[in-house]
Design a protein. Structure first.
Length: 354
């Protein structure tokens, strides 16, 4: 009895791991590692494999990969306030860098709530993210350290308090504060006020302001106004309390902890008839896009937010380390119309510390 003729096998048009390996000129194992354990593959090989996968339209089984590898291609990005344009810039930089390495960003906004922050960290762990980039509400939360102890790395975007063993990335906030205050003192401003809080990086900005006053050799005073959150609305509230003061107690120069706070201050002062910069000079921090479009364009310390987001991804993926990035995120002062002299954008450098 003869066997029935075999039917020809259907040729699948769906690309396989073998197809990607042949196109990239690598082994099947390298393709597999690229999608499941990318840290085991060099950046050059990873780019070749991802480019071949894109050309062929290869889509791996992410659910199966997660079961095998325990992690997805997603990175978590936790920010303390999505309303702050700085975090939008950090996210944009992180997304662009992640995409270049075949990764995706899950963005979570804690909205200045430690409780929501904890909930999002738990969610990230449930989704088996490969790592977390965190700009927390305050200090590094215990839940983030716990996530790391269970095998999910993180990078802090901000100032790491005390001795630590995790990577952290930040601009030089102390130098930025020094730039802002030195600029006001050079104009002859002598009654300075710093408004800001409660983040560790804002404390460093205040330390820079204090250093500038101490080094000026001038009979200058410095008052500090602490706020719970740095928003435009809070800035306007601070302006109202200042306007209740007698003229002799009114500051002639203000450094704000960020641009949103500064813009709220600016609005409240101008509405009340205070002339900026004739009566008072004002400097913000971060140089967000809105700073240049304020009714009186805001002098600000430029903060390399998008570069910080990209750098955090590179740290998380092990492409670079903290030592490689030192000195890459220096602040600069951009002088606009809220301070004297009134001029176009002028980057100003500051001498190094020590």
């Amino acid at each position: 009895m003869t066997s029935p003729p075999r039917r020809p096998r259907a040729v699948s048009s769906v690309p396989t791991v073998g197809d990607v390996a042949a196109r990239a000129g690598v082994s099947r194992a390298t393709v597999s590692y690229t999608f499941t354990q990318p840290d085991r593959v060099s950046p050059d090989l990873r780019r070749r494999v991802l480019a071949a996968a894109d050309e062929l339209g290869y889509v791996g089984n992410d659910a199966a990969r997660r079961l095998r590898a325990g992690h997805s291609l997603a990175l978590g990005l936790l920010v303390s306030s999505a309303a702050n344009p700085v975090y939008a810039e950090i996210a944009a930089g992180a997304e662009a860098e992640a995409a270049a390495h075949g990764r995706f960003i899950l963005l979570a906004n804690s909205d200045e709530s430690a409780e929501r922050e904890r909930a999002y960290l738990s969610f990230f762990e449930s989704q088996h993210v490969s790592g977390v980039i965190a700009a927390p509400v305050g200090d590094v939360p215990a839940e983030l350290l716990g996530l790391r102890s269970r095998g999910t790395p993180f990078v802090l975007v901000g100032v790491a308090p005390g001795p630590h063993s995790y990577p952290a990335i930040s601009g030089d906030n102390e130098r930025g504060g020094h730039l802002a205050a030195a600029h006001l003192l050079a104009q002859g401003r002598r009654r300075l006020l710093f408004a800001g809080g409660p983040h560790p990086h804002v404390d460093l900005r205040l330390a820079g302001v204090r250093r500038a006053v101490a080094e000026s050799g001038q009979p200058a005073s410095l008052e500090v106004v602490r706020v719970g959150v740095q928003t435009a609305r809070v800035g306007e509230e601070v302006s109202r309390t200042l306007l209740e003061r007698p003229e002799r107690d009114f500051p002639d120069g203000i450094v704000a902890g960020n641009d949103l706070l500064a813009l709220g201050l600016l609005h409240g002062l101008i509405v009340a008839g205070v002339r900026v910069p004739e009566d008072l000079s004002l400097v913000g921090y971060d140089d967000i896009e809105f700073a240049d479009f304020a009714i009186v364009p805001l002098t600000s310390v430029r903060h390399p937010s998008a570069a910080l987001g990209a750098g955090a991804v590179r740290l998380l993926l092990g492409i670079e380390d903290e030592q490689d990035m030192q000195g890459r995120f220096e602040p600069e002062l951009v002088v606009r119309a809220t301070s004297l002299p009134i001029a176009g954008p002028q980057p100003v450098s500051s001498p190094p510390i020590g």
